[in-house]
Every structure is written in C-alpha cells, then in structure tokens.
Design a protein around this ligand. Structure first.
Ligand code: NAX
Length: 329
C-alpha cells in the first residue's frame, strides 16, 4: 500500500462536495492502492451539516479512507495537501452585479491562496471549481506566494463533457467517440466549445455533422447555456455532473493523455495562441508520461474561432480588472 495522500476540499458540505467526496474516498480517482486523507473545509455555519457528511463517510467504512479532518480553519484544512479542490464560494443572488460577485468571492480566494502556500505541500495542485472559477483561480494563484503557477487550474471540463455529449447526440454516436474537444477561455456564457478541431472516430466533426449552421449556432449556445437550463429544469444547479467533471479533470492531470488528443482545463496563460499572459484561460492541454502538462501547440484557429476566442479572453481581462486590488503586484 502507498502512503496516504491528502485532498483538501472547500465547500465540502455543499451539493458538489456531497457528490465528490464519496468517489474520492472509494478509490475511483486516485486508484485502488492509494489511501487518502480528506480535509474538509467549510464556513462555520455549515460545520454541523459537514458533521453529518463525515458520519456518512464513516458509515461507508471505505478501505482506502485513512483520515478525515472537518474544519473551518484554513491552516488546518490545507495542511500537507497534495490536492486542493476549491469548490466553496458564494452564489450569485438576485440584485448582485457580476462585479460584486467577483469581489466577494475574490476575498475568499485571497485567504485560501495564502493558506495553501503556507500549509500545503510545495507540489500541491489546486483546482478551482467555485465560480467565477477562472478569476477565483487567478486570485488564489497570485496570493499563493512561492508556489509555481503551473500548479493552478480552473474547471472547464464540465463544458467539454457537455459539448461532447451534444455532438455525440447530433451524430448518433457515443460520447466516447468524440475527441479533441477544446473549450477556450472563460467558464461562462462566452466560453467557446471549439467544434472546428473536434473529431468523431478520428474524422473532423465538420465532416460528420455537415450542418454548419447548427454547429455555429445552436450547438455553441446549448453548451454555453447548459448550466442555466439545468437550474431551470432541476431548480438547483448542476452538482453531480460538476463533481464528475472535477474528478475527470484530476484524473486527466495525473494520467498521460492519449496520443493526439487533449483535454480542457483553464491554466495560467503563457502567451500561447496569442493570448496574453496574466489570466487563467481554458486551452487544449496534454498530460505527459512524467506527470507534467503542457499546452498543445499548433491547433488551427480559423477566423470564426478567433472571433469567439477574442470575445471570451476580453471578458477574462475585464474580470481581472475588476479584482485588480486582490492581485499583489
Ligand atoms: P452549494 O451552495 O451547494 O455549496 C457551496 C458550499 O460552499 C456551501 O456548503 C458553503 O457553506 C460553502 N462555502 C461558502 N464559502 C466558503 C468558504 N469561504 N470556505 C469554505 N466553504 C465555503 O454550491 P455547489 O452546488 O456545491 O456549487 C459550488 C460552486 O461550484 C458554486 O460556486 C458554483 O457556481 C460552482 N460551479 C462551477 C462549475 C464549473 O464548471 N466550474 C459548474 C457547477 C457549479 O455551478
């Protein structure tokens, strides 16, 4: 048996947390021979609910679950973390402007970034799920002095999975036959699910689905608006599919990417694809055999795609401007 690894999760008593913890504890993410410690972090008012979640974890008697910490103390919560999954955040309420949301959550991610830097392992990887996740990630990364930028990620995998499922439905194939699907930019309604480079059974999607109008119109809109459609139908935001996507992201970052494919995750920009440095943008990413990752280079960007990418990057720059006081120089 390997030594246990520690996974710190904020918002652990929330809906996504509830769909996330049991799969991690069962071994379906880090493998059947990898014991895990779960450090569950909540705000104080949610600690009683978190206690109930801990009772349920106990009642599963998971062989791989080594230890559980439930706390509202960030130093305790991020202690020796190998992974920090930042799920907790404050949802948008009626009357709240986007900038209010950015700065309220920004305040949370400043402290969390600092606490990760001070307490987690130097190799800790941080995945931000709590919205607005790209900019929350930027704030956490900027406040985590001493930790490399390439250890910070924001989640766009749910968007990738949604896009693959829509393309598969339209083409009458299984979603696993859809590859090379990149979400560019922000996890928001400006995100661009890039159908121009996606493939179905190795063939360009545009050869399999010849209805270009659908691809440029309804497809993109459905993916962009899927979160809102689920809230409308369910009366609550996507939780199980979001937790699934978070775990897909972790697995894709610790498993070599199949040759020629890529996965979507938002990372600190490095100038690739002409996107300026200093924001967290989703791009085509591949994980190498040694566990490192890189931006896949040379993915063709046609004029249509460029317009969409420019729009979502412009939004990310506006978000950065709105929280600039939270980003140390
Ligand atoms: P819930 O409201 O069910 O749970 C959030 C939990 O976070 C609550 O238990 C709350 O007490 C806790 N929390 C709030 N502030 C905290 C803090 N400072 N430290 C620790 N815990 C804190 O929301 P849930 O449905 O679980 O969604 C969580 C976040 O994921 C939201 O921000 C949501 O917008 C975001 N999402 C992101 C997605 C993505 O693709 N990136 C998709 C799904 C989801 O909408």
């Amino acid at each position: 048996m390997k030594d246990p690894i520690t996974i710190s999760i904020t918002g652990a008593a929330g809906n996504i947390g509830y769909a996330l913890l049991f799969r991690i504890a069962s071994g379906s993410v880090f493998g059947p021979d990898q014991p895990v410690n779960l450090n569950l972090i909540e705000i104080e008012p949610a600690l009683p609910a978190l206690e109930g979640v801990v009772m349920e974890l106990d009642d599963c008697a998971f062989p791989l679950l080594n230890d559980i910490v439930a706390t509202s103390d960030l130093n305790e919560g991020f202690k020796d973390a190998d992974w920090a999954l930042l799920v907790g955040s404050v949802p948008r309420k009626a009357g709240m402007e986007r900038n209010d949301l950015l700065s309220i959550n920004g305040g949370i991610f400043t402290g969390q970034g600092q606490a990760i830097a001070a307490n987690a392992k130097s190799t800790c990887r941080t995945l931000v799920v709590g919205n607005p996740c790209n900019t929350n990630c930027l704030i956490a990364m900027a406040n985590a002095a001493g930790l490399p930028k390439n250890q910070f990620f924001a989640m766009t995998r749910l968007d990738e999975n949604r896009a693959k499922s829509q393309l598969a439905k339209k083409a009458g194939v299984h979603p696993s036959q859809v590859t090379n699907l990149c979400i560019w930019g922000n996890h928001s309604a400006t995100q661009y699910p890039d159908f121009t480079n996606a493939r179905i059974d190795g063939k360009p999607v545009t050869e399999v689905i010849t209805d270009r109008e659908w691809l440029e119109g309804e497809f993109i809109k459905t993916v962009q608006q899927r979160g809102a459609a689920i809230i409308k139908a369910r009366g609550a935001s996507s939780a199980a599919s979001a937790a699934n996507a978070a775990l897909d992201t972790v697995v894709s970052l610790i498993t070599p990417t199949p040759e020629g494919d890529w996965h979507s995750v938002a990372v600190a920009t490095d100038g690739s694809y002409g996107i300026e440095e200093g924001i967290i943008a989703s791009m085509p990413i591949k994980t190498n055999a040694d566990g490192s990752w890189e931006v896949v280079q040379g993915v063709p960007v046609d004029e249509f795609s460029q317009g969409k990418i420019d729009a979502t990057i412009a939004e990310l720059k506006e978000e950065r401007e709105a929280v600039k006081d939270l980003i140390p120089a």
